[in-house]
Structure formats: structure tokens, C-alpha cells
Design a binder for this molecule. Sequence first.
Ligand SMILES: [Zn+2]
Length: 453
Amino acid sequence: MRLFGVLFALLITSVLSTSSSWAQGIIRDAEIESVIREWSDPIFKAAGLNASDVNIHVINDGSMNAFVTRGQNMFLHTGIILNAETPNELIGVIAHETGHMAGGHLARSDDALKKAARPMLLTMGLGILAAVAGAPDAAAVIMSSAQKNGTVTFFAYTRVLEASTDQAAENYMEATGQSGRGLLRFFQRFRYNEVFSGATRYPYFLSHPLSSERISALETRVEASPFKDVKDSAEDIAKLNMMKAKIIGFLNPPETTFSLYPETDTTKPARYARAVANYQIASTKTALKQMRALLEEEPENPYFNEFYGQILFESGQAQKALRYHSRAVELRPDSPLLRLNLAQALIATDTPENISLAVGELKKVLAREHDNGFAWYQLSVAYERQGKITLAKLATAEQAYAMGDYLRARSFAQRALIELPQGTPEWRRANDITLVIAADPRIRKQAAQRRRH
Ligand SMILES: [Zn+2]
């Protein structure tokens, strides 16, 4: 029972960390990540980058911005996705950022990456938060997370660098048979807004200075391309619209969603957005009904299955949810986030067979995303249910480590180390964690901070 108390405390930390970064943190979502990947990977390859080495992070921030940092990290604000009128515009911006990445024009951003450790998982919900409201540690956790919300030291790109990066972007667009008109149109629209609406300064164009000369140089190049007239496919346009609907549905107050997507709008994105908004206001019946209609039209859509399963799960129907989460995984076996959702539902059903299946799923998630703190947390719960208390402690150490809580990571790794048989892979891992942390200067900083409180 003591361990349960510890796990529960960790749950509070992990849930609150997620929620406190809600305002402006990294968001994770299988559907959004899959679409952006599909559009970005050919561009990365055209730029001579190894696509699987590039990390793409989506930040919940309505301001329009995108940037790249060291370690091949690309950050896209939701604002830039929502402001793109076509896939071609968004892909153009991604190509431009890829140009900075390939050119090595990279900003330092320890803070941006700290946020990446505490993602908000869109479809996994935060229903549990209500249960822990008022916990004594809550305020402290929120405060310490808020202090970490620093900003990225943006690379101040010069006009010359911008012009050459535009040319690189157009190279990638041509190499992948795409038109450069989207990027051009994106620039023209915002240039027009900046000049004619006066006050507005978009953060993106503060770091990427826009000038008429720059736009006309890009235009000359784009209009000379044999692919200048290539249009977005209807499928890609649909994907962008669904992605926008999902972002708006999850990240805006429901009344905003309902006014942007009124009942009279019977398009799929509108129905999707309204289902998400209904789920947000706990109108479970309506949300289920709306998602069921979408699922009937597209039974093979992994994300419809995922979300339908999630609504069931959160309304206490974990057993029913399993079928939809399993189907989602069948349809997209390469998606760790879909597996994580399945594992969560398996654990909730609490049968020995399902717990053991969950452990298998979580191991697959962690093989792909070793730093996924939520997956480690789920694994610690599954091990605890199985009575494998030492492995639960090790998983908790991994979770704390992934979330940057080095003191807690060390403490749990040390406890696991005492109990694990020496020389086993688990023992070595626990040992590694304590050694890595002992050598990490951040641990002293955290210890000093904690002594002050
Ligand atoms: Zn730029």
C-alpha cells in the first residue's frame, strides 16, 4: 500500500505538469504527427537529412511561429498550422525551416526541449485532474513548471540568410515535385497584413525578416519551376482541415469551437470539431453519437477509432473501448501513441491477461519512445498490479528521469538497485540511471532548489 501512495503522488505530478504546460506546451497526437510527418519527410530527404533523425514538435501556441533548434528539432506552433490556408503553404514553411536546419542556422533552446518532456497528449484526456485538485503539492508543482516556461533564444536571421534559405526551400519543393506558390502566397498574405494593418507583428517574421525584395526574388524562382502549377490533392486538403478541426476542438473553449463550426456546417471537419467540443464539456452521449456517425463513414480511420475508444474509456467503459483502441493499433501499428492509449484501456480493465498485454504494448511504445514519461508511468502501474514492485520502482525512476525530475529518478533507481539481482539488464539500467544522474550538474541545481523551499 505504501507504494501505491508513492505512485499516486507521481501521478499527481505527471498530470499537473501536463496541465500546467497546457497553456503553451508541446502537444502530442497520433493523427497530427502522422500528417506532418507524411508532408515533411520527403522535404527532409530532399535536403539531404535523415528524416528519422529530425524531431518535429507541435507547440500549443496560437501565435504564428515555427523554428528549428540544435539536435535537429523543428517546432511548429499550432498558430502556423491554423494560419496555413493550404497544405502547400504549410509544407512551404516546413521547407523553409528545413533550409535553416540543413544550413546549420540553429537556435539554442533548452527551454523548448524542457517543454517537450511534459507533453499534453490530446486524445488521452485529463479527467483525472479533478480527482487530485486540492492536493497540497499541486500549487508548488504548477509554480515550478510555470517558471520553466522560458523562451527560445531565436536565431536572428539576416535578410541575406533568409533569401538563400528561400532558395533552398524552393529546391526541396522542386525536388519533390511540389509548387513553391504556397510559401510565396503565405509570405504575400502576411506581408500585406503587416504593411496594411499596421500594428500586427508576427513572431515568425520577427525572426525571419520579410521584405518586398525577398518576396520578389522567391517569386521569380517559383514561377520558373516546372511544378509551379501543381495543386494540393483533395486528400491532403481534407487532412489539413481535419487537423485544424482537431486542434481547435481540443485547444479552444467549446463555445469557440461551436461558433467556428456551427450545426449548419455538415462537413466532416465541422462534425469532428463538434464531437471533440462535446467531449470537452462531458456531453458523452452526443460526442459518442457524433463519432459513431463518422466511424460508420470511415471505419478504417485509425484516429476515429482512437477517439471513439477514448470517449468510451473516459466514461468508464474501458472494456468497450478496447475494441476501438485495438482496431486503431491494427490500422496504424507503427504509431506508439495509439498503442499507449490501448495500454491505458487494458490496464483499466484490470484482468491479469490484459495487464500482461498492456506490459507488452508499453514495451513496444518505449522501444520507439524511450523518453515517453507517460508510458513509463503506465508501465509502473502495470508492474505494480502484477506485484512486480521492484520493476515498478525502476519504471518510476525512468518516468522521473524522462520528465527531468532527477532527484526522484535517483531515489527510485537506488531503491530498485538494492532489490534487483546484480548483473541483470534491469540492474544495469538502474545503475546507469544513478551514474548518469551523479555526473549531471542539473541534479545539484535541483537539490539546491529543493533545500531552499
Ligand atoms: Zn527563415
